[in-house]
Design a protein around this ligand. Structure first.
Ligand code: CO8
Length: 260
């Protein structure tokens, strides 16, 4: 992996631990950090030794939003370009065939909440704090918060969060379905790794196709989603992993998957 100023990356036995590492600004996303993230995600996508990715933040924040000092002087054109960069970067997470887990250690505000929402699964520390405070700064969310939040928590709750801009804690995030699980701070990384290991026991190609089917399904009609699922089911029927998974069941042994 390349060298990054604002990111750390470590491959721990197939689990890629990506840490947003700009703690002096609570890991706020500036153009440089977003560009680095985009580049690192490309590297991760190409590396077959990384099976699952965990994204977390250094020190007390996950990510406290887009960088306000950088946005202060942005023109409309620059703002649009910045928004598109963030959206495209987060789409790389959503569209990557590998599962991505957010391990939310602290503030996940604005762009930080949007980063967490682009991940497949969210695990929060009891200390995590969430919110979309953009309207208090005179802007709207720009990294797909207005789009992913209602898909995750429903239209009414999303509008309350977006209109009030208020911060809420991990238990509330759990109650409304924004996060999958809340754990004590010292157990956060282990909880994320345990989740990753559970996923890694399964056929990776099948997991990747589940991800693709869920993602597509939420944006198309039920009929179109079902049609896509049937196609993917057909695709898995001709894989080595399907043969192995079903043979292992019949032979009462543990399956060993090869990812194709
Ligand atoms: N941007 C830049 N710097 C930040 C940010 C940020 N989002 N958040 C914190 N910092 C900096 C602070 O300025 C401070 O720097 P310094 O030490 O130089 O003064 C340092 O991080 C530590 O922060 P605090 O001293 O404020 O720490 P506290 O523990 O007192 O407070 C908070 C923590 C509550 C998280 C507070 O820092 C805060 O409110 N931060 C801003 C949160 C916010 O509003 N985030 C949303 C930003 S808007 C956004 O994300 C839009 C995304 C899409 C944009 C698309 C545009 C097109």
């Amino acid at each position: 992996m390349g060298e990054y100023k604002n990111l750390l990356f470590e491959n721990q036995d197939g689990i890629g631990i990506l840490t947003m590492n700009r703690p002096k600004a609570l890991n706020a996303l500036n153009t440089e950090t977003l560009s680095e993230l985009s580049q690192l995600l490309d590297e991760i996508a190409k590396d077959d030794s990384i099976k699952v990715v965990v994204i977390t933040g250094a020190e007390k924040a996950f990510v406290a939003g887009a960088d306000i000092t950088e946005m202060l002087h942005m023109t409309s054109a620059e703002g649009r370009a910045f928004g598109l960069l963030g959206q495209a970067t987060f789409n790389k997470i959503e569209n990557m065939p590998k599962p991505v887990i957010a391990a939310i250690n602290g503030f996940a505000l604005g762009g930080g909440c949007e980063l967490a929402m682009a991940c497949d699964i969210r695990i929060a520390s009891e200390k995590a704090k969430f919110g979309q405070p953009e309207v208090g700064l005179g802007i709207v969310p720009g990294f797909a918060g207005t789009q992913r939040l209602p898909r995750l928590v429903g239209k009414g709750r999303a509008k309350e969060i977006l209109f009030t801009g208020e911060m809420f804690d991990a238990q509330e995030a759990y109650r409304i379905g924004l996060v999958n699980k809340v754990v004590p701070p010292e157990e956060l990384m282990q909880a994320a790794k345990t989740m990753a290991q559970k996923i890694m026991k399964n056929a990776p190609y099948a997991v990747a196709l589940c991800k693709a089917a869920v993602n597509l399904g939420l944006d198309v009609s039920l009929d179109a989603g079902q049609d896509y699922e049937a196609t993917l089911f057909g695709v898995t029927c001709s894989t080595e992993d399907k043969k192995e998974g079903m043979s292992a069941f019949v032979e009462k042994r543990k399956a060993t998957f090869v990812g194709k």
